[in-house]
Write a new protein. Structure first.
Length: 396
């Protein structure tokens, strides 16, 4: 049987993993250990609190504690990401992983012996996971796994200027698409270069609405998440946060796509200059682990009026060039045009096959064309909506 009072003291001595002491399960275990000389009712109550907190997530204590360890963003893992580990940090982590493994293998029998009561308590399970070996593997492959919230999630957004996980992201994969293979291959190749640490470009995907620009970026993030790719979506009105976000990510061992969807500016938009400085020309150099991917229905990104070309600016041509220069700062521009009839029909047929819809091709195309006429014209989005409708109608 484990000496829970001694284990409590060892947990309180944690330094590298000290933030784990505030976790609900860990803190309730410590509360239980404090009740050694309390009444039987109090001991039973605190044991139930501990097991109840565990059961909120899992019935496997070892798995729970190991996940806490792997997800923790601490001084050791940050230094590991920057290749700045010293012997002091290594020795501390070795010692603390022993403590955490001891906690993760506390058994129901250990709890019952400590509580000293005949009151039945729910059982939980443990296993023989090797914390040191698993954590060493995480550190060795930190460029694929990451740490902290970046180890647990792969898509993010900004909340009050801070990076926050998207817990239920769009799960679309590249295999779900049909058509536009050449266009997607250019974006995929650029992403692979980013993952390898090779020179890569910021990317502008522009073209007609519904042609799959945003879906392509999200599917690429899903496809390469296990290779160390993470996506952070930034809205246009949040662009002023970008310098701080990019500074925070610069030393991270993972690779990041900063995703700006449906980008366009008015001619007097203050956010225009902010993005232009980030893409090129700011004081701080661009980090090699970050690329900006933006989508837009406008090639030049600026909403330009005829009056802009007939204004009273003494250097009108310079002004026009300034307004249209932003897109030139994206090293890779990929056009997604509205599909012609042949491509649209091909996309419809491929999607129908994927969904297991059996219908004569002639009837399928006739109905797909009619759907496009009623819904704004041909596009990959229209094709998918039509197939979704058929699948729903047929119970697929």
């Amino acid at each position: 049987m484990k000496d829970l009072s001694q284990l409590k003291r060892r947990l309180h001595s944690l330094v590298v993993f000290r933030t784990l002491l505030s976790d609900a399960v860990v803190s309730r275990f410590l509360d239980l250990c404090e009740a050694q000389n309390a009444s039987e009712d109090q001991r039973v109550n605190r044991a139930a609190d501990f097991i109840g907190a565990l059961f909120q997530t899992t019935d496997n204590l070892t798995e729970y504690v190991l996940n806490l360890v792997l997800d923790d963003e601490n001084a050791y893992i940050l230094r590991a990401g920057e290749h700045k580990l010293t012997d002091s940090y290594r020795a501390a982590v070795e010692q603390e992983l022993d403590v955490l493994q001891a906690f993760g293998t506390v058994t129901p029998e250990d709890i019952r012996a400590f509580v000293r009561s005949d009151t039945p308590l729910p059982a939980f399970v443990t296993d023989d996971s090797d914390f040191k070996k698993i954590y060493a593997d995480r550190v060795e492959h930190i460029g694929e796994h990451g740490y902290g919230i970046f180890a647990k999630y792969h898509m993010f957004c900004l909340k009050d200027g801070k990076i926050a996980p998207v817990k239920h992201p769009d799960e679309q994969r590249l295999s779900d698409f049909s058509g536009y293979e050449l266009e997607r291959s250019r974006v995929i190749d650029n992403t692979k270069a980013l993952l390898k640490g090779s020179p890569c470009n910021n990317v502008l995907l522009y073209g007609d609405a519904g042609s799959g620009k945003s879906s392509t970026v999200k599917a690429i993030a899903n496809e390469f998440k296990d290779d160390g790719l993470r996506l952070i979506e930034v809205k246009k009105h949040e662009l002023f946060f970008l310098p701080d976000i990019m500074d925070a990510l610069a030393k991270n061992p993972l690779k990041f796509i900063i995703f700006i969807d449906d980008l366009s500016f008015a001619s007097n938009d203050n956010d225009f200059g902010a993005l232009k400085a980030i893409l090129e020309g700011s004081v701080s150099g661009r980090s090699q682990n970050i690329a900006i991917y933006a989508t837009s229905n406008r090639r030049h990104l600026i909403k330009e009026n005829f009056s802009d070309r007939e204004g009273d600016d003494l250097h009108l041509q310079d002004t026009i060039q300034e307004m249209t220069s932003l897109s030139a700062r994206f090293g890779l521009k990929v056009t997604f045009s509205r599909p012609d009839k042949s491509l649209y029909c091909s996309i419809v047929c491929d999607l129908a096959k994927q969904r297991g819809i059996e219908m004569p091709e002639e009837e399928l195309i006739r109905r797909a064309e009619a759907h496009a006429l009623r819904n704004g014209g041909r596009s990959p989005r229209t094709a998918r909506q039509f197939i979704d409708y058929l699948a729903y109608s047929e119970g697929k």
